[in-house]
Design a protein around this ligand. Structure first.
Ligand code: FMN
Length: 366
């Protein structure tokens, strides 16, 4: 059971020490997880959006990772009506809108990364629209698997790579400390990483290393566009929004094969997205390794700092069901931090519903 003493220990733990890696400087180890809001008219963030992020920064969240921001590509995802758009990062007005958000967060002493996103075949298959084509790594006919999609051509891969680079460059112009490339949850880059929907035989699929080639090319293009002093995060996950049991890697060796090309391409910080931070990634591994979470394995295998996430401070699942085993999350979080499984912990639904959740929960430097 999470007791007040566990919360006190968390407050006094290393989670309130600063973090520095490359050009990224954080005053503590708490991040706001990226959460889509669909509240940017015409793709431009509003003053309300700036206030929303500022409130979390003002309440001791040391790193803000924005909601997913669409890169500029015709098949990026569903663009809904003016009142309810996903934000973008192209054009002067949008860059200026983001600059307001960035300045507000910086004024509170926190750092901010822009999460850049292409949905690929995801989302479109959930709600297909006649004018949009679901694109992904491979052509998969309806009924042939869970997702139907048209495989992207090499020219299109080049266009998408450039669009990621342009979005990152615009993020830099808006003053962001860096970007987080969204390669998780079944969206485009995750579709390349996932053997189930990546059936390519042209060097962009066929082995774990080849599956990582396109995401790695995106990372390299972002690095080339932004230079050495701009943080590049990469978010990945085993789970997909439609399939919580999906796996990219069945063991640490496979995970290393997938992640190494990304590291070599220039990622600074890895965000291992899990639904529950305490779930062992590979429970069959012997000894202490059997309890290591996905962020812990990622840190061990890549040598990069990692972000962990998933149900911190929550007693229920995404569906509202009680967690059978989340009772001692505060103690568990501190112990995993002390074992150097992760460097930063991201908070999702807690800070979505309560900007000052850290203080509300009693987790504070005082
Ligand atoms: C409303 C909502 C929107 C989300 N949007 C995104 C997103 O845009 N990008 C992303 O990588 N994850 C997204 N997620 C997943 C969160 O970043 C996070 O991984 C998840 O909520 C688990 O953390 P939690 O248990 O602390 O909420 C979203 C989650 C929620 C609840």
């Amino acid at each position: 059971m999470t007791e007040n003493s566990d919360i006190d220990q968390l407050s006094r733990s290393g989670l309130f020490t600063p973090f520095t890696h490359g050009s990224l400087r954080l005053r503590n180890r708490f991040a706001m997880a990226p959460m889509t809001r669909v509240k940017s008219p015409g793709g431009t963030p509003t003053a309300e959006g700036a206030a929303y992020y500022r409130a979390r920064a003002a309440a001791e969240v040391g790193l803000i990772i924005t909601e997913g921001i669409y890169i500029d590509h015709p098949e990026v995802g569903r663009d809904t009506d003016q009142e309810t758009s996903v934000p973008r990062l192209s054009g002067e007005a949008r860059v200026a809108g983001w600059r307001t958000v960035v300045d507000a967060v910086h004024a509170e002493g926190s750092a901010i990364l822009a999460q850049i996103w292409h949905t690929g075949a995801h989302g479109l298959t959930m709600e297909p629209t006649p004018d949009m084509t679901a694109v992904g790594p491979s052509t998969i006919a309806p009924g042939e698997g869970s997702w139907a999609m048209r495989g992207l051509t090499l020219d299109e891969l080049g266009d998408i790579t450039r669009a990621y680079a342009d979005a990152a460059r615009n993020a830099q112009l808006a003053g962001f400390d860096g970007v987080e490339i969204h390669g998780a949850h079944g969206y485009l880059l995750d579709q390349f990483l996932w053997h189930r929907v990546n059936r390519r035989t042209d060097g962009y699929g066929g082995s774990l290393g080849a599956n990582a080639r396109f995401p790695a090319e995106v990372v390299a293009a972002v690095r080339a566009a932004t230079g050495p002093d701009f943080t590049i995060g990469f978010r990945f996950s085993q789970w997909k929004a439609e399939d919580y049991t999906a796996t990219l890697a069945r063991n640490p060796g496979e995970l290393a094969e997938l992640l190494t090309p990304l590291v070599d391409a220039g990622v600074d910080i890895m965000h291992a997205s899990t639904r529950r931070f305490w779930t062992p990634a590979f429970p069959d591994q012997p000894g202490e390794d059997g309890g290591r979470g996905l962020a812990g394995w990622t840190k061990k295998l890549t040598g990069l700092p990692t972000v962990t996430v998933g149900s911190v401070g929550l007693a229920t699942t995404m569906q509202g069901d009680p967690h059978p085993d989340s009772d001692d999350w505060a103690d568990e979080l501190r112990r995993r931090f002390d074992r150097e499984e992760f460097d930063v912990v991201a908070l999702g639904r807690t800070v979505l519903t309560d900007p000052a959740w850290l203080r509300t929960a009693g987790i504070t430097t005082g």
